[in-house]
Write a protein that binds this ligand. Structure first.
Ligand SMILES: [Zn+2]
Length: 379
């Protein structure tokens, strides 16, 4: 392996911990260049965008008029999806069914937030509970595979359950909290391989899993991007890209109106994600997801670069509670703390060490970019 010289973008805080990052003559990284060139020109968080969104909202209402609910809204308990649930009901006048997947890692705070919000908004909540023994088995398989993308089992279950539910129950519209405002940069592929790649998930489970996955929600990315989209007519709408979405303001509204409680960091609504992103990933692999999250906020003028640099100079985890968290995760996985420590000290692997659809995705993305559907940089 060649040792690259350390370099950090002069515009955001992405650096050479992303092995594929490139810089131009001014030291600006390819994430930033992609944002200015491909995302910003087509991003319409303004009146024009809202007019486009309004047309979609009217279609959703008309097509769902005879149904109990006219759309599905996926909710994690985080800011983006919670704010979306509020918008859907109060601002757009939709009649959504709120859909939550309980993967067994939810923090109590997240559960409280979801219940309080849906109750106060008078919305119906459907919670899909993933069989914990299967979830645990798959999660442990990913740990044993030594790959960095340990969030795949959780992410896969959440997306697959949502899409499968929509397909089974005839929903034509899924609203998600995905947005450019806080997610205009993709996680580097080395850090976060596609959770929708079922070939990859199955290969890792076949090698390291111990029990069959008979009820675990599964849907290959090609199933929902092609079959569900074009055969079943299910559309995914991302309303937060068509309104002025400022995370701090959204959080304030949720706190003031619904008694929502805030998390110390994005994605910390899950106890697993907190441990994984805050400790395991930076410690074992040197990947700090705050670089992506803060760079997003820098690009969208929601955070100063100096503040972001200051934040990442301190570890994300709390040194006083980490041994307690480590033990909690080990016990949940059915391991002793020393067994989990052994896995942590084992040799690091990547998605390339297992079967995957990477070649298909790479080709598909090139095509989508050429015809202008995909704007995020994926490499
Ligand atoms: Zn940059």
């Amino acid at each position: 392996m060649s040792i690259k010289k350390y370099q950090i973008c002069t515009n955001c805080i992405m650096d050479t911990s992303d092995p594929r990052i490139t810089f131009d003559d001014n030291g600006v990284c390819d994430h930033c260049r992609n944002y200015y060139k491909n995302i910003l020109p087509s991003w319409l968080p303004n009146e024009r965008g809202f007019q486009i969104l309004k047309k979609t909202i009217n279609k959703i209402k008309a097509e769902g008029a005879r149904r109990d609910h006219d759309c599905l809204v996926g909710i994690s308990g985080g800011v983006d999806s919670s704010y979306l649930a509020y918008l859907a009901k109060e601002e757009f006048g939709l009649r959504p069914l709120i859909f939550h997947v309980d993967t067994g890692w939810n923090s109590q705070l997240a559960v409280n937030n979801i219940e309080m919000l849906t109750e106060k908004l008078g919305l119906d909540l459907h919670t899909e509970v993933v069989d914990w023994e299967e979830m645990r088995d798959l999660q442990l398989a990913f740990f044993k595979a030594q790959v960095p993308h340990l969030d795949t089992p959780q992410d896969h279950a959440i997306f697959a359950a949502l899409y499968n539910f929509a397909a089974q129950h005839g929903f034509k519209y899924i609203l998600t909290g995905a947005n450019y405002s806080t997610e205009c940069i993709y996680n580097p592929l080395e850090w976060h391989y596609h959770a929708g790649d079922l070939i990859h998930l199955r290969d890792i489970h076949k090698r390291f899993g111990q029990r069959p996955l008979s009820t675990f929600p599964m849907a290959d990315i090609l199933t929902y991007k092609v079959y569900y989209r074009y055969m079943k007519g299910i559309r995914v709408v991302k309303p937060l890209d068509y309104v002025r979405y400022i995370k701090e303001n959204a959080m304030r509204l949720l706190i003031d109106r619904f008694g929502w409680q805030k998390y110390p960091q994005k994605h910390y609504e899950s106890r697993f994600t907190k441990f994984y992103e805050g400790y395991w990933l930076p410690k074992k692999f040197g990947y700090d997801k705050r670089r992506v999250q803060f760079s997003n906020l820098i690009l969208t003028n929601q955070m100063a670069r100096e503040d972001a640099l200051d934040r990442v100079s301190h570890p994300a985890y709390d040194g006083r509670t980490i041994s307690e968290d480590f033990e909690y995760i080990a016990i949940k996985l059915g391991l002793s703390a020393s067994e989990l420590r052994d896995i942590m000290n084992g040799p690091n692997k990547s998605y390339r060490d297992y079967r995957s659809r990477w070649a298909v995705f790479a080709l598909g993305t090139i095509i989508l970019r050429i015809i202008g559907i995909e704007r995020k940089a994926i490499r």
